[in-house]
Write a protein that binds this ligand. Sequence first.
Ligand code: KG4
Ligand code: ZN
Length: 333
Amino acid sequence: MTINLLAIESSCDDTSASVIQNGIILSNVTANQEVHAKYGGVVPELASRKHQQNIVPVVDQALKKAGITTSDLNGIAFTKGPGLLGSLIVGVSFAKSLAMSLEIPMIEVHHMHAHVLALFAKDPKPKFPLLCLTVSGGHTQIVLVKDYLDMEVVGSTIDDAAGEAFDKTGKILGLPYPAGPHIDKLAQLGEPKYTFTEPNIEGLNFSFSGLKTSILYFLQKKMKEDPSFVENEKANICASVQERIISILLNKLQKASLQYNIKEIGIAGGVSANSGLRQSLKNLGKDLGWNTYIPEFQFCTDNAGMIAIAGYQKFLKSEFSDQTVQATARLHF
Ligand code: KG4
Ligand code: ZN
């Protein structure tokens, strides 16, 4: 029997739809919302309005690309949370209406579980158990993944997320939002010649707020001496900050690998699109004999393909939601 699922992701500022057939992703269409860039961050009210505008055309494209129609669908997966409530509500309401009209089941998906399962979008797939470092704009987690639907957070940030560290540094440097990709590009043109201290945080947890403060103080001091310091040194500053963020992340990942004796290691989430992090993970993995897994770019940042993978696994176990399901901004892992 052929199982076709449609998946919807609308937790933040990307509207995305995907079709998965018997566990294989046939389409993954994402509409980014440029509207937030000029505000220096996501404006929730504008995000909801854009989702409402984008969701039908995005779903339509995803179905067309997959070569199916709504009558071929066997279920609809959607992001229940965590995320911006107004944004989530658009996706959840859409999924409910379509599921009701087609009389097919709905499958709720946890956004952070889905980021991890993006590791299974393409071959070669990791083997269980594995460790996944999930790094996004809102979360930084080391996840022990025992099976598709059996995972546990074993380390997380006590303050800012890694993506926030990139975005807040970018704000200080006058880069557009989201700054992660801009810092990534600039870092490739510079040298990590400035040293920012690595915080000493217990266990497998992370902290990034101290880094942001030390960058701010460092730049204030340098700008007093030379007002064109940021302009002249932008690439070197970006390379230095990026290198520190990467070392904070990978040192903890290495610690987790030793602690759990696991050498199947993946990275996921928006920050896993960072070219420095991708390369450093590959290098470290080679040195330590890890099998490393890094999703394609389209499955790193928010996308419905990852929701589809999670939805398919839940569909196989008949884990369905009923029409009373609600979008939930703060959703337990
Ligand atoms: O997973 P994601 O798309 O959305 C959330 O669920 O948060 O992650 C967005 C985050 C932003 O902080 C963005 O700056 C960061 O991912 N990001 C990057 C890169 N591409 C996106 N950070 C560093 N380097 C990149 N190339
Ligand atoms: Zn995300």
